[in-house]
Design a protein around this ligand. Structure first.
Ligand SMILES: C[S@@+](CC[C@H](N)C(=O)[O-])C[C@H]1O[C@@H](n2cnc3c(N)ncnc32)[C@H](O)[C@@H]1O
Ligand SMILES: Nc1nc2[nH]cc(C(=O)O)c2c(=O)[nH]1
Ligand code: SF4
Ligand SMILES: [Mg+2]
Length: 212
């Protein structure tokens, strides 16, 4: 398996239940819900994406021909003085188009806890330590369990009560959609959390602080 990686960088997880934790981010190239080209956004299934996942030209991006080679590059970003807190976030694009058991094993062998950010259209392979699912209206949503659901809100077509009844996640988050209506979207999320306390607010803290 050759892995196509847009970028690899070390930062703090900005979102969800692990916000604030140091982590190496590995952003895989490509997604099944949008080509990543602006001219295709209006016809894409997912139209609000905030991320460039096209190609392999980002920081430390490239094609990795083995799981070991990719895992070594990820490990090289972690402080050499620490072996107790290694955390990798596999994101994209849609990481589950590429993440396989060989990569999971190679990262575990190097002492990493493995977090994944996925749109929920692809069944997760076994071994992921923290699975975050962020479903998209209009997409086939099959992965309905994991450590957290992080629903970008508002998204017409989703009913929070139905989601609560039909899923098994340890944590439920609403994350304001980052677009021209961001202020209203934040208010809408707060209102929903107050009305339905299953849900907690997830802010994109890396954007607030100006880190990557
Ligand atoms: C870029 S996606 C990559 C992982 C995967 N494709 C997914 O959608 O979950 C990473 C996270 O950013 C969220 N996200 C993308 N665009 C956003 C936006 N405009 N506002 C808020 N969150 C957004 C996604 O829902 C997902 O939780
Ligand atoms: N700091 C930081 N936290 C993040 N959490 C999820 C991200 C993503 O793009 O998947 C992301 C990201 O791009 N940066
Ligand atoms: S599914 Fe994720 S990566 Fe794909 S377009 Fe939507 S937010 Fe972006
Ligand atoms: Mg992001």
């Amino acid at each position: 398996m050759t892995y196509s990686v847009k970028e690899i960088f070390y930062t703090l997880q900005g979102e969800g239940g692990q916000a604030g934790m140091p982590a190496v981010f590995c952003r895989f190239a490509g997604c099944n819900l949008w080509t990543g080209r602006e001219q295709d956004r209006p016809s894409a299934i997912c139209q609000f994406c905030d991320t460039d996942f096209v190609g392999t030209d980002g920081t430390l991006g490239g094609k990795f021909s083995t799981a070991e080679a990719l895992a070594e590059r990820i490990l090289a970003q972690w402080p050499a003085t620490d072996s107790q807190h290694r955390l990798v976030v596999l994101t994209g694009g849609e990481p589950l188009l590429q993440v396989d058991e060989a990569l999971i094993a190679a990262l575990h062998e190097r002492g990493f806890r493995i977090a994944v950010e996925s749109n929920g259209t692809i069944a997760a392979p076994p071994g992921i330590d923290w699975l975050c699912i962020s479903p998209k209206a209009g997409a086939d949503w099959i992965q309905r369990s994991g450590q957290e659901i992080k629903l970008v809100w508002p998204q017409p077509g989703f009913d929070l009560q139905a989601i609560e009844a039909g899923t098994q996640f340890a944590h439920y988050f609403l994350q304001p959609m980052d677009n021209a209506n961001q202020a209203a979207n934040i208010e809408a999320c707060i209102e929903q959390c107050l009305q339905r306390p299953t849900w907690r607010l997830s802010l994109q803290t890396h954007k607030l602080t100006g880190i990557r």
